[in-house]
Design a protein around this ligand. Structure first.
Ligand code: PMP
Length: 310
């Protein structure tokens, strides 16, 4: 029989609109437009040792995504921060993955968002399920897929919306090819990002005296403005590693010295093969490792601190 202590572990409480519910009772209406139309926004956030990493940046991105959708979040950023921290505390989580979801709310079967009177706010906190250690030790093999990244003129990839079908179609293609991630191009054939991660490359160029250059595609080509992406750019600045946002092709990536992906869940993950082409030495590179170590250092020091009672 479950004791109250291990009930907590198997039944984390989920926040919905100001109340907490056991996981099995955390439900939303089938008329919620988040379900009916993917009409809503979300964030994936992480906490390390009771520090929520770059919480303000995540909340700003959430509010900006909602603003573009003309979706009013019925609380302040400060109230959202409090609700997130309270959910972590109730679930006694010091190292967590935090999913914040804001849906358009309950409406009728038509598209009209004006029929939805109030947005639904959901906060799920859970233990982080880590990627296998082999991904980091040996690096990933990824493939370019035929599904192009959403046009910025259609559903701008900078909006972190609940409509992730573009990414899911790409993920299916990657998995059909035996890979866990897909390299996605934009409609012009330039590299945009992966299905749930931004992408970087490292290259030593002839005549470049200051050492290797770190490069990533500009987000306007069709990518999410990743929080981890920005953390890596900040670290590169501090380490005096040359960095450029640059339009990049598959050819550029095939001929890079190192490639890696960044994301809240994956953190910094090396890529050693793209479309059958070996990248650099075929092993995770030094620059990737240095940036990964530095990233771990900042996640264990920086962030919004909260207390969990044991
Ligand atoms: N691109 C996409 C499409 C994503 O969904 C994500 C988040 N999983 C990222 C990039 C990485 O963003 P972040 O570093 O903010 O998690």
């Amino acid at each position: 029989m479950a004791t109250s202590k291990n009930r907590e572990a198997i039944d984390p409480e989920v926040y919905i609109d100001g109340k907490w519910f056991p996981k099995n009772e955390a439900k939303v209406s089938v008329f919620d437009h988040g379900l009916l139309y993917g009409d809503g926004v979300f964030e994936g956030i992480r906490s390390y040792k009771s520090l929520v990493f770059r919480l303000e940046e995540h909340l700003v991105r959430l509010w900006e995504s909602a603003h573009t959708l003309m979706l009013e979040i019925p609380m302040t950023m400060k109230e959202m921060e409090t609700a997130i921290v309270q959910t972590l505390q109730r679930n006694k989580l010091t190292d967590a993955y935090i999913r914040v979801i804001v849906t358009r709310g309950v409406g009728d079967l038509g598209l009209d968002p004006a029929k939805c009177k109030c947005a639904t706010i959901i906060i799920i906190t859970d233990k982080i399920s880590l990627y296998p250690e082999s991904f980091y030790r040996d690096g990933l093999e990824i493939v370019t897929v035929a599904t192009v990244r959403n046009l910025p003129e259609a559903v701008n990839p900078s909006i972190k919306s609940l409509n992730y079908l573009n990414n899911i179609l790409a993920k299916i293609e990657a998995k059909n090819s035996g890979c866990v991630e897909a390299l996605m191009l934009n409609h012009q054939g330039y590299v945009a990002e992966c299905t749930g991660d931004n992408v970087f490359m490292v290259k030593s160029e002839p005549g470049e005296k200051s050492g290797p250059v770190l490069m990533t595609p500009p987000v306007y080509l069709g990518a999410l403005k990743g929080i981890t992406r920005q953390a890596i750019i900040d670290i590169a600045g501090r380490k005096k590693l040359a960095f450029r946002e640059q339009i990049l092709t598959r050819h550029d990536f095939f001929n890079a010295d190192e490639v890696f992906l960044t994301g809240t869940a994956a953190e910094v993950i090396p890529v050693v093969k793209i479309d059958g082409r070996v990248i650099g030495s075929g092993r995770p590179g030094k620059v990737t490792q240095t940036l990964r170590n530095a990233f771990h250092q900042i996640t264990s020091k920086e962030g919004t601190r909260y207390k969990v009672k044991s």
